[in-house]
Design a binder for this molecule. Structure first.
Ligand SMILES: [Zn+2]
Length: 413
C-alpha cells in the first residue's frame, strides 16, 4: 500500500518555490512581496492557475483568503486545512510562509498522482496578510476566518503608501477570477501548518523536523515618559525632570526582571527615542517600545502585569504612561496532532524533536477551532525575515512527506 508521503515530488516542490520567488524578487536573492500588493496578487494567481489546471476547486473569502480544495468522499464533512501565507516582509525571503502554502498544495497533487482518496475534503489555504508590515494587524486573514474579528473592522486601514485595505482586497480577490466566493469560517476538523523554523535549533541539533508544541505568548507595549525640557547648561541636576534618565531606570529594572538563566524569555526594546533630540536640551519626553514573549501561560501573564508596575516604580520625578499594544497569550497545540507528527516522522526515518515556536503564525488562530499543529523544517543558520533566508530542498520535501501522511490520517478520521 502506498503512503501519501511517497508521492511527494521534491523537485516539483522546489520548482514551485522558485516560481513564486519571481514575484517581488529584489535581485538580491530575496523578495519584497508585501500583503495585497500587485506582486502578492500575481503569486496567488499563479497558484490558482496550478490548482485549476489540476481540476481542484478554488474558493476565496471576504478577507481574500484563498482555498484550494480536493474533495473527499463525504462532501459535507468539515474540511482538513493546511497552509500559511504568500506575503513577505519588505526585505523577505523565499520560504517564510510560502513553504506552508506550497507544501500543502504539493500534498494535494501527491494524493492526486497516487490516486489516493479521503473521506474529508482537504484544502490548501493562503492566509491574507500574515506579516502585518504593510497593513496592521498581522494575521488579518486567519483572524477573520477564526471569527475573532470581522473584516469590516479593518476595511478602512491604510498602508504607508496611502492605499486602503478595502480597495486592495477587492483588487486582489479579482486577480483569482476562477475562485468561488464564500463566507469566512467554514467548519474545520483539523489544521496543520508547515513552516521554516526561523530559528537555529533544528539545524544545531542536526534534525529535519520539529513537531511544534505551541506558540509562545507575545506582547508589545509603548512607554511614554514625560519630563521637562530645559537648558543643558543651566538647570541643576537635582531640579531636572530628565525623561531619558527615568526611562533608563525603567529599562534597567525591566532587564533585571526578565533575566532568565534558562534563556527562554524573549525581551526586546527595539525602539528608543528621546525628544526634542537636541544635544544641549534635557529630554522632555522619551518613547520606547517593549516586546516580551514566553511560552508558559502563568509566567507570561505575571510578567505582562509586572511591566507596567516596574515602569511606574522607576519613573522618579517624571510621569509615565504604558500603552499596551498587543497581548496574545501562549497557545498550546493539540497533543494528538503533535504525537502523530512525531510518530509519522519516525516511521519515515526523518529525525525529529518537539519544540515550541518562537514566532507567531496563522496556526495560533486555528487553535480554538480544531485540533491544530505545526511542522517545522530547518532554515540555514536560523536566518529569516531576511533576503538571505535559505532552506534545503530535501528538508522541505521531508516536511511535506510528514505533512502528507498526517493530513491523510486526519482526513480519514
Ligand atoms: Zn511566516
Amino acid at each position: 500500500m502506498s503512503r501519501a508521503s511517497s508521492a511527494i515530488d521534491q523537485q516539483r516542490l522546489w520548482d514551485r518555490h522558485m516560481a513564486i520567488a519571481q514575484f517581488g524578487a529584489t535581485g538580491r536573492g530575496g523578495v519584497n512581496r508585501q500583503a495585497l500588493t500587485e506582486e502578492d496578487g500575481q503569486a496567488r494567481a499563479t497558484l490558482a492557475g496550478w490548482a485549476t489546471a489540476r481540476g481542484f476547486d478554488l474558493y476565496v473569502d471576504d478577507a481574500a483568503n484563498l482555498f484550494v480544495r480536493r474533495n473527499g468522499t463525504e462532501a459535507d464533512a468539515p474540511a482538513i486545512l493546511s497552509g500559511s501565507h504568500l506575503d513577505t516582509q519588505p526585505a523577505g525571503g523565499n520560504f517564510d510562509g510560502i513553504y506552508g502554502v506550497l507544501s500543502a498544495f504539493e500534498v494535494l497533487e501527491a494524493l492526486d498522482d497516487a490516486g489516493i482518496g479521503h473521506k474529508r475534503p482537504i484544502e490548501a489555504v493562503v492566509w491574507t496578510n500574515e506579516e502585518g508590515c504593510r497593513y496592521a494587524p498581522g494575521c488579518t486573514g486567519s483572524m477573520v476566518f477564526s471569527g475573532k474579528h470581522s473584516i469590516d473592522e479593518f476595511l478602512d486601514n491604510t498602508a504607508p503608501d496611502g492605499s486602503v485595505l478595502r480597495d486592495d482586497l477587492a483588487r486582489t480577490i479579482a486577480m483569482t477570477p476562477d475562485a468561488q466566493r464564500r463566507a469566512p469560517g467554514i467548519p474545520v476538523a483539523g489544521y496543520i501548518e508547515t513552516h521554516i523554523e526561523q530559528g537555529p535549533r533544528l539545524e544545531a541539533a542536526g534534525l529535519t523536523v520539529g513537531a511544534v508544541t505551541g506558540i509562545q505568548g507575545g506582547s508589545s507595549f509603548e512607554v511614554i515618559v514625560t519630563g521637562e525640557e530645559g537648558h543643558a547648561g543651566t538647570v541643576p541636576l537635582k531640579q531636572r525632570r530628565d525623561a531619558f534618565r527615568s526611562a533608563m531606570a525603567m529599562v534597567d529594572a525591566l532587564y533585571e526582571e526578565t533575566a532568565d538563566p534558562e534563556d527562554t524569555v524573549r525581551f526586546t526594546i527595539g525602539r528608543f527615542q528621546a525628544y526634542p533630540g537636541s544635544p544641549n536640551t534635557i529630554p522632555g519626553e522619551v518613547r520606547f517600545t517593549i516586546d516580551f514573549r514566553h511560552p508558559d501561560a502563568a509566567f507570561f501573564a505575571a510578567t505582562v502585569k509586572r511591566i507596567g508596575e516596574i515602569c511606574q516604580a522607576n519613573a522618579g520625578p517624571c510621569g509615565v504612561e504604558v500603552n499596551t499594544r498587543h497581548v496574545g497569550a501562549p497557545a498550546d497545540f493539540d497533543e494528538t496532532v503533535i504525537a502523530s507528527i512525531e510518530r509519522i516522522a519516525g516511521e519515515l526515518d526523518i529525525p525529529a524533536m518537539r519544540m515550541a515556536s518562537g514566532a507567531d503564525h496563522d496556526a495560533k488562530l486555528m487553535v480554538p477551532l480544531c485540533p491544530t499543529g505545526m511542522i517545522f523544517v530547518p532554515c540555514a543558520q536560523g536566518i529569516s525575515h531576511n533576503e538571505a533566508e535559505m532552506a534545503d530542498a530535501t528538508d522541505l520535501a521531508a516536511g511535506a512527506r510528514v505533512l502528507a501522511d498526517a493530513l491523510l490520517e486526519m482526513a480519514n478520521r
